[in-house]
Design a protein around this ligand. Sequence first.
Ligand code: AMP
Length: 419
Amino acid sequence: MTIASFDHLGLVEPLRRALRDAKYETPTPIQAQSIPHLLSGRDLLGCAQTGTGKTAAFALPMLQLISEAKLPLRRNAPRALILAPTRELANQIGDSFRIYGRHLRVSHTVAFGGVSIVHQIRAMSRGVDVLIATPGRLLDLMNQRHVFLDKLEIFVLDEADRMLDMGFIPDVKRIIAALPQKRQTLFFSATMPDTVKGLANSLLRNPVPVTVSPVSSTAEKVEQKVLFVDRDNKETLLLSLMKDVSISRALIFTRTKHKANRVAEKLNKHNVIAEAIHGNKSQGARMLALKNFSAGRARVLVATDIASRGIDIKGVTHVINFEMPMEPEAYVHRIGRTARAGAAGIAISMCDGEERSILRAIERIIKVTIPVDAEHPFHAAHLAHGPARAGGGPRRFNNQGGRPFRPSRPQGNRSYASR
Ligand code: AMP
């Protein structure tokens, strides 16, 4: 079912006005399917990733429900809580509340670690309607008795699968234990592995299930290609790619923080203005890098997977995988940063000899064979056609980041892949 406008979802005029201001014309599928149910107080189980419009799907009804109740602010006791795995995502959700709530009187604040807690404590003691927080900082605030959740009315858990990947589930469970039984709960996850499903079942009551944009369909919107290249030639290949002026806003992915810095330095040295973001940078430095990139002052943003999570920057023309991701699912998250809102996007993956098995694992999950671009000066023909690693299946990685852990090569079992 497509809904042609926001006029029939039950949203009040101040919200529709804000949507007109933001130039949103048509609700996205998750918005059309969720908003009426959320307005009626139902729980929601949303299987959706960033880029689907899921933030507005929960923010709009929350703003409406909170503003309609017209209750006075309570000190240290927010009425709604949104838990997000990263600071960037928390900030973006905060921005969305500001944009959609501009004609309503609903207050919100964002709380995450890595910055001074003092302002967050002050905001809580003044009282806010909606608290948007990362789990660690929220627990700090709760332990220091600056936040009490026993009166909470609406709880949103965003990107539950990332929470799991990042090891936040014990923190999340501690927070959940402090919530009142009677509440409205909204649960979002891009993927639904069993642990995430179990968590959802324990939290939700008779939820409306909404699934949009399965992993493979996001990948289908993006024009993808793979460039086989020896590892030592990757930097030179990247510099030669960047001569293409149609690459006006590129997000480049590396596996490690060190590599992200190195690639950004190399590009800058060759007059391609680049910023890098990763977990070792301070919050201020990350925000500045993002600002420079989204304002067009930097043509390139080099990022690691975790740092890039949830970042929504408009007009990314190209995603370049300087290194293939450690997990095949991360490929889908990476390339989903381009081709937003129907725009065309291109994803270029550089694949060296060690990365071919992860490439095959990616192709299995996206159910697409990524076309090979051999028309570049560093094409490594031996990789495109040569023998694959023994064993064939997805490679196993250690948890330290960077180098893959390779099981010892079984003898006498050489398999040949098509590439
Ligand atoms: P999200 O999936 O919430 O991260 O949203 C992805 C992007 O889509 C954000 O930049 C939103 O501002 C934008 N967006 C969300 N809903 C709509 C809509 N109905 N029309 C146009 N843009 C939208």
